[in-house]
Design a protein around this ligand. Structure first.
Ligand code: ZN
Ligand code: ZN
Length: 300
């Protein structure tokens, strides 16, 4: 116990607010409940406004679906601790930093609209190349392959967060770099950082839903179709918001409404059609029906 306490003291990022053990775990479970509720709300709102489903989900033929295995559950648990640590450290930074304005009177166009723009651009500037690196043949099987088990993502948060913890750490690092860059260049307001964090989380969940959400705004193109394309044709559409990066890298692919998961591209631009379909699977592709809303949390 003493050794554990000294480890925590030596690594302040594990408990930046110096919470007691019960408050620390209380905060962890509160965060989990908040994320589950948020996922339910985001997907619920999209359902409520009767957003159409992706073309691949409207053919009458069920697409391939993979349930959560033991590794998925382990990764989701580890990643949930990472998320809690990230939330604590981000809040601690915002609260204690003199460069992050917090008063309502400090709100202005530069530290809100411009700051938000910078955050999303910088996020993809770092995320897209890092994502491409994870598809590099010598690296791909060890880290990112797990996330690609689901060729037709459907479970929102559970498909978004179902990734190797190293990949999760890379993702949160990109988010942190985006926030820090906006703070240093635009003096991003605390409310803007809060908004960015929530919008980014909502869009990551939606990117792994069956709904056809597609928004083009000020150079950004957020498209669930683009991310479904990435899950089906692994070496395409690495970015999440600013697809200009994929155009620049020559990796952009327009949507193909066929339900085939195969393509001439495996990881790193190599491999056969068969290899491409299997590279992300734990076994033979399955084509059973995807779960309905009520079955979403099954397995967790
Ligand atoms: Zn994904
Ligand atoms: Zn990928």
């Amino acid at each position: 116990m003493q050794a554990m306490l000294s480890t925590v003291a030596a690594m302040p990022f594990l408990n930046p607010w110096t919470l007691s053990t019960s408050w620390w775990w209380g905060g962890f479970f509160l965060t989990r409940a908040a994320i589950a509720m948020y996922d339910f709300l985001v997907i619920g709102i999209v359902e409520l406004v009767k957003q159409p489903k992706l073309p691949t989900r409207n053919t009458g033929v069920p697409v391939r679906y993979v349930g959560l295995d033991a590794a998925s559950v382990a990764y989701l648990v580890i990643n949930s601790v990472q998320e809690w640590l990230f939330v604590q450290n981000l809040c601690h930074f915002m609260w204690n930093s003199d460069t992050v304005p917090k008063a309502v009177a400090d709100v202005g166009p530069l530290n809100t609209v411009a700051a938000l723009y910078v955050m999303f651009v910088v996020l993809d500037l770092f995320y897209a190349p890092a994502h491409r690196f994870l598809h590099w043949r010598p690296v791909y099987p060890y880290i990112h392959k797990h996330h690609h088990r689901q060729i037709f993502p459907v479970r929102g948060y559970l498909d978004a967060g179902n990734e190797h913890p190293i990949e999760h750490l890379i993702g949160t690092s990109c988010t942190w770099i985006a926030v820090y860059t906006a703070v240093r260049t635009t003096g991003a307001h605390a409310a803007t950082i809060f908004l960015f964090f929530n919008v980014h989380a909502a869009l990551a969940m939606l990117n792994h839903s069956p709904f056809d959400v597609d928004v083009t705004l000020l150079g950004f193109n957020y498209s669930v179709k683009a991310h479904e394309t990435h899950h089906r044709k692994f070496t395409t559409n690495y970015a999440q918001y600013w697809m200009g990066i994929d155009h620049a890298m020559g990796t952009f692919r327009p949507y193909d409404a066929s339900t085939s998961a195969s393509s001439s591209e495996g990881y790193n631009g190599e491999g056969s059609a068969e290899g491409s379909a299997d590279a992300g699977s734990a076994g033979k592709p399955k084509t059973r029906a995807q779960p309905k809303r009520g079955a979403k949390t099954k397995g967790l």
